[in-house]
Every structure is written in structure tokens, then in C-alpha cells.
Design a protein around this ligand. Structure first.
Ligand code: C2E
Ligand code: MG
Ligand code: MG
Ligand code: MG
Length: 287
């Protein structure tokens, strides 16, 4: 009956696997409807200058509010979207929404956002239509290419380095900046880094979280800053939650900080209220 028990475990395992598969299939089907149904929206997370601690930029991040399941993490639904061409549609949609919002902010007297970052999927990078579409959008919303930064994870670049170099060069020749996102957790070969056209290294939040807990985290962050400086690139950190982390990063020479300390990702409407209040506070003090 050890055999029977073994078989039962296998049957249960099989059920669990099937249930998971069915769940993923259902979610993938729902995702296809989600955009048209208005369930997908964009939030923006502030990024501050490490010296002045003033907001200088925002990162656009996608959200999906599922009618039954509630908020679903982009780590889950972006991966699902990447299993088909839907990521191209979604990627173009978020770019449009973000640039449109950036244009609206420019008309507001209290905004301090000079730049905006948008994440790019590896599949978008592989799409030869992207540079042209991007140029059209920048034109449509009257945005200077230098005001836009595209964030790409290292993993996306490793698979076909020569193709990646060409794509990134095409995007940069538009004047758009390129950031290597989640830097340090991928498998970047240092020799390739010098060949890659990019502007910014974005230190992954896992290192920032581990400051004070693991000595290697600070060592790695220090090395990333040194690398960025040697290559004449900018460096940004994500996942800044405490003043202590901010102080360490500022001292290391990180130019911009992003994290819950300065704001969680929020809708443009929420940010508008926040920034208007901060502006009133400032002019109140000045008066
Ligand atoms: P990412 O691009 O590395 O974005 C940073 C993630 O770290 C965001 O998670 C943000 O909310 C989170 N974060 C920032 N500061 C803090 C902090 O202080 N503490 C903590 N605990 N978390 C912090 P989010 O919004 O869940 O996005 C997860 C990932 O999903 C993104 O990582 C990105 O890879 C992907 N993603 C989101 N929106 C898009 C998009 O429009 N296109 C593509 N291709 N990917 C996207
Ligand atoms: Mg990012
Ligand atoms: Mg990141
Ligand atoms: Mg990430």
C-alpha cells in the first residue's frame, strides 16, 4: 500500500498541476479582455534627486484590477502577456498612456517631473517597428526624446547580444535614454557591458533591502556605482524605504532614488493632489 499511497500523491500532484494550469489559462484569457474592459491602468512612482530629494522623474508601472481576483501583480500578468504577441499591444498602450500623462503634467503649474521612465519587454525590443512607433508618439505628444527613459532588464539583452546592441542603438539615436533595470541580479557579462549602448544603471532593490543585513549587498552596490562612473553612466537605485538607505546611496554617488520612502506607485490623480498640497506648503513658507 506504499504503492497506493505513492499513486495517491501523484494523483493529487496531478490535480494541483491541472488546477494551476487551468488557472493560468483562465487568467490569460481574461487578460486579453482586460485592456478593452478598462481594467488595466498605469500608476507612477516618483524618483528623487539624491541631493535635493526633489521629485525629478516618475516610473510608469502597469496595474490590472481583475473583476473577481482583485489586483494582480505585473510580475504575473506581464509574464502571461509575454507568452503571446499581446505584450506588444500592452507595451504600446502603456507607452501611449505614459507619454500622454507626461504631456498633461507639463501643463500643470505644480509639477516637477522632468523625465519619465517606462519599462520595455524584451519582445518589444525585438520588434523592428518600435523605434518608428516611438518617434511618432513622441511627436504626437510633443515630448523631447531626452525626457523619456526606457528600462530594460539585463536578461533581455543576453539572449541575442548583437541584436540587442542594434536595437538599443536605434532607440538611442532617437535621443531616448536607456536604463538597465534590476541591475546586478542578472548575468551581465562585464565585457558586454562596454559594448552595450545605455545611459543608466538601476541598482536592484534586493541589494538596497539587504544593506545592514548582508555585507555583500553594500559591496555590490559600491561596485555598481564604480562601474557606472568608470563607464560614464548615471546610476539610480530602486527600493529605497528608509532614510538610512538613502544616506548610504547618496554617499556612494547614486544620482536618483526611487522607493516607498518617496512614494509608492500612484495614479496621476493621486499624485496631483499630493503635489498640489506640497506646492501650497512651499509657497506658504515662502510668503
Ligand atoms: P521594475 O521595473 O523593477 O519596477 C520596480 C518595482 O519595485 C515595482 O513593482 C515597484 O512598485 C517596486 N518598488 C519600488 N520601490 C519599492 C520599495 O521601496 N519597496 C518595495 N517593496 N517595492 C518597491 P511593481 O509595480 O509590482 O512591478 C513589478 C515589475 O513588473 C516591474 O519591475 C517590471 O519589471 C514589471 N512591469 C511593471 N509595469 C510594466 C510595464 O509597463 N511594462 C513592462 N514590460 N514591465 C512592467
Ligand atoms: Mg523598471
Ligand atoms: Mg527595477
Ligand atoms: Mg523588477
Amino acid at each position: 500500500s506504499a504503492k497506493v499511497a505513492g499513486r495517491n500523491v501523484l494523483v493529487q500532484f496531478d490535480h494541483a498541476l491541472n488546477a494551476e494550469l487551468a488557472e493560468r489559462m483562465a487568467l490569460r484569457r481574461d487578460l486579453r479582455e482586460a485592456l478593452a474592459a478598462g481594467q488595466i491602468f498605469v500608476v507612477f512612482q516618483p524618483r528623487v534627486d539624491s541631493g535635493s530629494r526633489q521629485v525629478v522623474s516618475v516610473e510608469a508601472l502597469l496595474r490590472w484590477r481583475h473583476p473577481d481576483k482583485g489586483l494582480i501583480s505585473p510580475d504575473v500578468f506581464i509574464a502571461l502577456a509575454e507568452e503571446s504577441d499581446f505584450i506588444l499591444e500592452l507595451g504600446q498602450w502603456v507607452l501611449r498612456k505614459a507619454l500622454q500623462q507626461f504631456q498633461q503634467w507639463r501643463a500643470d503649474p505644480y509639477h516637477h517631473v522632468r523625465h519619465m521612465s517606462v519599462n520595455l519587454s524584451p519582445l518589444q525590443l525585438a520588434d523592428p517597428a518600435l523605434p518608428g512607433e516611438l518617434q511618432d508618439m513622441l511627436c504626437e505628444f510633443d515630448i523631447l526624446p531626452g525626457q523619456l527613459e526606457l528600462e530594460i532588464t539585463e536578461g533581455a539583452l543576453i539572449r541575442d547580444m548583437d541584436a540587442a546592441i542594434n536595437r538599443l542603438a536605434a532607440l538611442r539615436s532617437l535621443g531616448v535614454a536607456i536604463a538597465l533595470d534590476d541591475f546586478g541580479v542578472g548575468y551581465s557579462a562585464m565585457s558586454y557591458l562596454s559594448r552595450l549602448p545605455f545611459d543608466t544603471l538601476k541598482i536592484d532593490k534586493s541589494f538596497v533591502f539587504a544593506f545592514g543585513a548582508e555585507r555583500s549587498a553594500l559591496a555590490i552596490a559600491t561596485a555598481i556605482v564604480a562601474l557606472a562612473q568608470a563607464l560614464d553612466k548615471r546610476v539610480v537605485a530602486e527600493g529605497v524605504e528608509t532614510l538610512a538607505q538613502a544616506a548610504i546611496l547618496e554617499k556612494l554617488g547614486v544620482q536618483e532614488l526611487q522607493g516607498y520612502l518617496y512614494g509608492k506607485p500612484q495614479t496621476a490623480a493621486e499624485l496631483k493632489v499630493l503635489w498640489a498640497a506640497a506646492d501650497e506648503g512651499n509657497s506658504g513658507r515662502a510668503a
